[in-house]
Design a protein around this ligand. Structure first.
Ligand SMILES: CSCC[C@H](NC=O)C(=O)N[C@@H](C)C(=O)O
Length: 711
């Protein structure tokens, strides 16, 4: 390169850098450049960690080891091709790392089917992979998913075509891996939740056979087809979540009712009551250790990990239950008796992990000394056998998914603040956590330009207190346009800072960008969400969609703010949030002047494929009434009153909300001459697996809102 052109290039770089610094305006690509960590696991000894990190679409496995746990990239994937990394684990000898590459594990269906958001000519299959922790060649063991390494570190089991397969790990010769996997079992139904015995090569699993399911276990056996499946207390139930006792002599599992019987009322919420069963391998029966109370809150917790059944020692089991009105951790003797509430208080417990010595549980939840902790996540610790909970973290940030490491009081956890995107932290004793991934953030990430959202509360249309977070660039201007952001799920809670899920970090990034651009943004934590107790998450009058009242109340709250132009209030949301955006535009176009509905639900009857009027003896006693309510809770019922402009966005490989939901609503609105724009993201799914697609979607959302509300 000639000298003059080098000088010219340096000038260009210098100008663009200074312009960015002095302009202080960040782009959506800038605020989306956070390195997103998830799927973090530790080795049995707690001296190693492994996790997945998504760097602007390049998803890789990173590993770290004691004492520094400094992270090192293990894999070398550099394409933004949407191949997610899940089911990471480290062999008990610390030698191997295995993981799943590909799939759509946030989906409601086809989670193990290839995802192809780059529209490659031949989609990559979902593969089970292994690598040496120390580094080296990547081995694709097989097409498959949900790998688990045996307790001796020798064998990997995984699911392929809904059946368990196995293969030895240590069959390396030079760069070749010699052994080919074999199918361990061929049984009717779908096998899931593989669990190795802690002491020998026995594998337990759940077999789903439609309206019922069993727990089974089998030996690895020396020869092919040399063993049988042993069924654990089979009955007319749905049995699941097998957990081995530490000595391998017992299996505990969760039991709920099988599907069938007279069709109940559709308008009455029916709790999914459950029990904890324990069985000795020697006999065929099981004993009921604990049964959830016959109340609405006695339902199997719909929060992360559901029952979170763990078997920390021969005498004790721990589990999560919602029955006192909050998701809490309990312990119970394997001899039965009263369960002990380990984490009492008006807060929720969310992500749990058992310490390496199996004596304590690390968890995160919305607890703390600051009332605003209600809208945060901090890490707590409690013994498995006594209610001695302590706070491990506190403050104005969020911390989650903590793992205990070798050495007392050493933890790895994920965390964020209002400005710092999700990062991995190492914490020793009472020292503050130090980031292990700050170095992965590019300089363009606008940490210093991000606002700190403020917590607000207001009354909904029926008087219920609703919380939200306001993003405002503090420019002091009046008559500003405003947007209500509506999360999806709906069992979610938006936080005072970057969120622990990739989907909601994506949303948080856009809300920060919209605030920069001059919008007042209100992110509303509407009922059906988590974090505010059982009755908030499970309102009795659920069929009339009372959560929409909270969204409308959010719009009315904004309209009353002195710095907001009440004629320029919009909505945006994805999935369940797309549904509520469509409800707002259909029912209250006078309040909501425009909106962006991303992969929303628009026809509940179509979505749930409810056979309300099948054959007479399978019809619910209140089918007509329920159908009427469900219809009134669907946006397709409000096309006549819908006048505000809308942008629809949907990926056509969506495995949470069918693409047809948007086609259907658009065709109905066309007839009503509603001003619509639309964007199809071909071959991507509900979670914008391809990074560039997420940027395209956010840019289109921001552009539409600016065009409709800022002019
Ligand atoms: C019950 S409507 C489907 C909405 C969807 N829920 C699960 O698939 C959804 O909101 N998905 C994302 C955004 C989420 O789970 O938060």
């Amino acid at each position: 390169m000639r000298y003059s052109s080098k000088l010219f290039l340096s000038l260009i770089i210098l100008i663009s850098t200074f312009s960015k610094i002095y302009s202080q305006k960040f782009t959506i690509a800038d605020v989306k450049s956070y390195a997103f960590p998830n799927e973090m696991v530790t080795s049995l000894q707690g001296d190693k960690i492994a996790l997945a990190i998504n760097e602007e679409g390049s998803r890789n496995v990173y590993v770290g080891e004691a004492p520094s746990f400094k992270l090192r990239k293990l894999t070398n994937f550099d394409a933004d091709n949407g191949q997610e990394i899940t089911s990471i684990s480290i062999s008990s000898d610390g030698k191997w790392v295995v993981f799943t590459l590909g799939g759509e594990h946030g989906g409601n269906w086809d989670v193990s089917k290839a995802s192809n958001p780059s529209s490659s000519q031949i989609p990559s299959k979902v593969r089970v992979c292994q690598m040496l922790f120390a580094g080296g060649p990547l081995r694709v063991i097989s097409e498959g998913d949900f790998p688990k390494i045996s307790s001796d570190g020798e064998v990997i089991a995984f699911i392929k075509d809904d059946q368990p397969w196995v293969c030895h790990l240590d069959t390396v010769k030079g760069d070749d891996f010699l052994e080919i996997p074999r199918q361990l079992v061929s049984t009717r139904g779908k096998v899931s939740d593989l669990q190795w015995s802690p002491v020998k090569n026995q594998l337990a699993f759940t077999v789903n056979r439609g309206t019922y399911s069993f727990v089974g276990h089998t030996n690895l056996g020396k020869e092919l087809d040399s063993e049988i499946i042993n069924w654990v207390a089979p009955g007319f139930y749905k049995d699941s979540s097998p957990r081995w006792s530490p000595d391998g002599s017992q299996i505990a599992f969760i039991r709920t009712a099988a599907s069938g019987g007279a069709v109940d009322s559709l308008s009455q919420r029916k709790p999914n009551l459950w029990s904890i069963q324990i069985s000795n391998l020697k006999d065929k029966l099981s004993t009921t250790l604990w049964s959830s109370p016959n109340t609405q809150a006695g339902t199997l917790p719909p929060t992360d990990g559901h029952a979170n059944l763990m078997f920390p020692n021969k005498q004790l089991l721990t589990f999560t239950s919602y029955h006192d009105g909050w998701p809490h951790i309990y312990s119970i003797s394997t001899k039965g008796g009263q369960a002990t509430l380990l984490t009492p208080g008006n807060f929720m417990v969310e992500h749990l992990s058992l310490s390496a010595d199996a004596k304590s549980i690390l968890f995160d939840g919305n607890f703390g000394n600051d009332p605003l902790d209600y809208h945060r996540r901090h890490i707590g610790k409690v013994s498995v056998d006594k209610a001695n909970m302590s706070f491990v973290t506190s403050g104005a940030g969020n911390e989650w998914s903590a793992k205990s490491l070798a050495g007392s009081d050493t933890y790895a956890y994920l965390g964020s603040t209002a400005q710092k995107g999700p990062q991995v932290y190492l914490k020793n004793g009472n020292q503050a956590g130090s980031s292990l991934t700050a170095n992965l953030y590019p300089t363009k990430f606008p940490e210093k330009a991000l606002v700190t959202p403020t917590s607000v509360e207001f009354k909904s249309l029926d008087g219920l207190t609703i919380y939200g977070q306001v993003f405002d660039n503090g420019d002091g201007k009046t008559n500003k346009p405003a947007v209500v952001f509506v999360h999806g799920g709906p069992s979610r809670q938006m936080l005072l800072g970057w969120h622990y899920s990739d989907y909601y970090s994506n949303a948080y990034a856009l809300n920060q960008y919209l605030a920069q651009e001059g919008f007042v943004v209100l992110s509303v934590n509407y009922r059906l969400g988590i974090g505010y107790g059982f009755s908030f998450q499970h309102p009795a009058n659920f069929l009339v969609a009372p959560e929409y009242w909270d969204v409308k109340a959010a719009g009315e709250w904004l309209a009353k703010q002195p710095n907001v132009n009440p004629k320029k209030i919009g909505l945006w949301g994805g999935s369940y949030g797309g549904y509520l955006t469509a409800m707002g535009l259909g029912k209250d176009s006078k309040l909501f002047a425009a909106g962006v509905d991303i992969h929303g639900v628009h026809d509940w009857l179509g979505y749930s494929q409810m056979q309300l009027f099948g054959d007479e003896n399978k019809k619910a006693p209140d089918a007509e009434w329920a159908a009427n309510l469900i219809s009134k809770a669907s946006p397709i019922s409000y096309t006549s009153s819908w006048t505000s402009p809308v942008l629809f966005i949907h990926g056509d490989d969506d495995r949470n909300v069918n693409f047809q939901q948007t086609i259907d609503l658009m065709k109905r609105l066309e007839k009503k001459k509603v001003k619509m724009e639309s964007m199809v993201i071909v071959d991507d799914n509900h979670h914008w697996a391809k990074h560039q697609n997420s940027i395209t979607v956010l840019e289109a959302t921001a552009e539409f809102l600016k065009n409709q509300l800022m002019k």
